[in-house]
Design a protein around this ligand. Structure first.
Ligand code: HEM
Length: 474
């Protein structure tokens, strides 16, 4: 019966059937190949078509539990053919991170952040990394501390309303605006007023949307296909959000180019302000006197605008939440900060090394709430918040790759010192001014969307700290 109906088919229908057959065959072969590559690693059973994951990312705690069940590594299936090895053990991590290989998981980011440092590979990555590393030199980072403190103070002033009423409020959105303000001021010398403008910031909204959609592409089986995603309503939303994100970064580049072209000599302009990351992008040259192309500059601005604010927004939001959950650690940090700042309303480079207990709390929060959650970690005594595990004598007992929130090896985070400085500044300024209180009505649900976010927001309450009412010496 079946053979007869195929014979009666028109040519286009038969061709279509053949194509579908080939696609299915290809799927089965690719899947088999990948399954065979990982057969040494037992893992949780998954659905043939949809794999292990839920579309909305609410399975983060389940994945963490699998990490305990399969302590070295286990295969995680995102669809019929997207199968990745999730690595937990520090010795495995060491081997993987030693290579400068590209990260296939970032392919879906290319139409947004281009082939910037995060996405590029091979010689291109190597050249860019070498050209951009001076942008994170100590001399460049030093004046940023004061700018970070200024951005933090704008946010903390806005919070006075919440302190007066002790009403619960959502942190992540506010902290994102502050970190965007900060990266714009530091890396691009751009005063955006994004914290004081009314309404939601279109760039921040677009970044949330883009992270959600890229995450969905990873997780939902038909979406890895460029054509299917392009034709879908989600693909339409993605292109719209990309346009908004690009117009934001294009304006930053355009204004700087205009400013540079108005100056007879660039030196005159640079003498008037700190050398920033954008100056380095625009002026850098390799041994052959070759600078970066316009396209490459755009990609790096898109990469650093995103990586430079959303990761730190996550890190800061979760440490502030942890401080609210652990008042005893919060108080110890506050006493240390008071001693270090001696009542000053700002923070300087020299103050960063005066808050070791606060730094240990930040590291503990980064361990438990990894802002870039694609990177696995393993650590004994998992879920207890214990900053003392970062005392130098305890750190010395662990393998070096047991704690790598900024990754390690050649492709480690180029912005890690920038990030740690910013988190320290914001935590210190916040705890100096406010006492953070847990809101028992709101428990955040962690969700990995490139960056670690919370599905239902991160809520806390605050009141004025008595310390802030003491007379200021500065
Ligand atoms: C708490 C904050 C941050 C965390 C936890 C973090 C974490 C990471 C991690 C884990 C990687 C490696 C990703 C991979 O290979 O898959 C990475 C790479 C990168 N990060 Fe960060 N990051 C943070 C802040 C920043 C900041 C503030 C900037 C820029 C100002 C930045 C720029 C980058 C770039 C450009 C890369 C790619 C580096 C390369 O491949 O050469 N990051 N980051």
């Amino acid at each position: 019966m079946h053979a007869i109906s195929v014979r009666k088919m028109s040519f286009p229908a038969a061709a279509q059937l053949l194509i579908h057959g080939l696609v299915l065959y290809n799927l089965v072969i690719t899947r088999e190949k990948k399954m065979r590559a990982f057969e040494q690693f037992p893992g949780p059973p998954g659905n043939w078509l949809f794999g292990h994951l839920r579309q909305d990312g609410t399975d983060f705690s389940i994945i963490t539990k699998w990490g305990e069940q399969y302590p070295y590594a286990f295969p995680l299936q995102f669809g019929p053919t997207s199968i990745y090895l999730t690595i937990h053990h520090s010795s495995y991590l060491k081997t993987v991170l030693a290579s400068a290989g590209d990260n296939i998981a970032y392919t879906f980011l290319t139409s947004w952040i281009g082939e910037g440092l995060l996405v590029s590979a091979g010689q291109k990555w190597f050249r860019h990394r070498r050209l951009l590393t001076p942008g994170f030199h100590y001399d460049i980072l030093k004046p940023y501390v004061k700018l970070m403190a200024d951005s933090a103070n704008i946010m903390l002033d806005k919070w006075e309303t919440y302190a007066k009423t002790e009403q619960s409020f959502e942190l992540f959105q506010q902290v994102s605006l502050m970190t965007l303000d900060s990266i714009m001021k530091c890396a691009f010398s751009y005063n955006s007023n994004c914290q004081t403008e009314s309404g939601t910031n279109p760039y921040i909204k677009a970044v949330f949307e883009l992270c959600y959609l890229v995450h969905l592409r990873w997780r939902w089986f038909p979406y890895p296909s460029e054509t299917i995603f392009h034709l879908s309503p989600h693909g339409y939303r993605y292109r719209k959000a990309c346009k908004i994100a690009h117009s934001h970064t294009e304006e930053v580049i355009r204004k700087r180019k205009e400013a540079l072209s108005k100056e007879k000599e660039q030196d005159i302009l640079l003498k008037r302000r700190n050398l920033d990351f954008l100056d380095i992008l625009l002026c850098t040259q390799d041994e052959q006197q070759q600078g970066l192309s316009d396209e490459a500059i755009r990609a790096e601005v898109d990469t650093f605008m995103f990586e430079g604010h959303d990761t730190t927004a996550s890190g800061i939001s979760w440490i502030l939440y942890n401080m609210a959950c652990y008042p005893e650690h919060q108080q110890k940090c506050r006493e240390e900060i008071q001693e270090a700042l001696k009542g000053k309303d700002s923070m300087e480079w020299e103050d960063l090394s005066k808050i070791p207990y606060t730094t240990m709390c930040i590291k503990e929060s980064l361990r438990l709430y990894l802002p870039v959650p694609g990177l696995a970690r393993k650590f004994c005594h998992g879920y207890v918040f214990d900053p003392l595990r970062f005392l130098p004598e305890n750190t010395a007992k662990r393998p070096p790759h047991a704690f790598v929130p900024f990754s390690a090896g050649p492709r480690n985070c180029i912005g890690q010192n920038f990030a740690m400085n910013e988190i320290k500044v914001v935590v210190a300024m916040t705890l100096k001014k406010y006492v953070l209180i847990k809101d028992p009505e709101h428990t955040p649900k962690m969700v990995p969307q490139i960056i670690l976010r919370s599905l239902n927001g991160i809520y806390i309450k605050i009141r004025f700290s008595l310390m802030d009412l003491l007379p200021s010496s500065g």
